[in-house]
Design a binder for this molecule. Structure first.
Ligand code: CU
Length: 221
């Protein structure tokens, strides 16, 4: 009898153990409907040798009805901190949009032989402002301690702009084909938001399975 009890207990433990580590995945696509505006290239006004003659306007990047640079986050789900690096490369921030949970760090890297600075704004208030005078320079990482988007500008080159979004859960940025994926989600019902720098925010609810993938799509226009 004792043997049976032990076996039953072991079986129960085996059943219980995997559920603790189970996680699902959210996958989806961000669609863009309606007319696609023609965004004129932004003329370069200085440092032409490094910066070229013009830079693309990245405030709305669409292709084939899909929208890039949308921050998708699963609010309240546990998210691992990341080390983000915002590059300055030929007078353009790369990538244009970065996102990671609060508690992550952000550093800046200058790949150009010209002076840049990184001036971050929460709405209009300065969040940080530091000079990046040297090629190959990388700043000390700073902690993203508050949720929300920070707009990054270069005071030297007025066309340079990027966004860093500190999220309240695991996050992803939609790729050039509009797709995104967030893995490692605990099963359950979660609120998912999608944020775009000029088009605002969308929200939906998803039910993440214990194993496997739930799909969701957002639409902006
Ligand atoms: Cu600059």
């Amino acid at each position: 009898m004792n043997g049976w009890r032990t076996a039953l207990a072991a079986a129960a433990a085996l059943l219980a153990l995997p559920s603790a580590g189970r996680s699902g995945e959210l996958r989806g696509v961000v669609e863009y409907g309606g007319p696609v505006p023609r965004l004129a290239p932004i003329p370069v006004t200085k440092d032409h040798g490094t910066c070229g003659e013009s830079q693309p306007d990245e405030s709305l990047v669409t292709a084939g009805g899909r929208l890039a640079n949308v921050v998708v986050q699963v609010k309240g789900a546990p998210g691992s901190p990341a080390r983000l690096v915002l590059g300055q490369d030929r007078c353009r921030y790369r990538p244009h949009v970065l996102a990671a949970p609060v508690g992550s760090t952000l550093a800046f890297a200058n790949g150009d032989p010209v002076l840049h600075n990184v001036h971050g704004y929460r709405v209009k208030a300065t969040a940080f402002n530091l000079a990046m005078p040297q090629q190959g320079q990388q700043s000390a990482p700073r902690k993203l301690d508050r949720p929300g988007p920070v707009r990054v500008r270069c005071d030297v080159h007025g066309w340079m702009g990027a966004w860093v979004v500190a999220t309240e859960g695991p996050a992803a940025v939609s790729a050039s084909d509009g797709t995104f994926a967030i893995a490692g989600l605990p099963p359950g019902n979660w609120t998912v938001t999608a944020w775009h720098e000029t088009l605002g925010e969308r929200t939906l609810e998803v039910k993440v399975p214990a194993e496997g993938t739930v799909t969701a799509s957002f639409r902006f226009e």
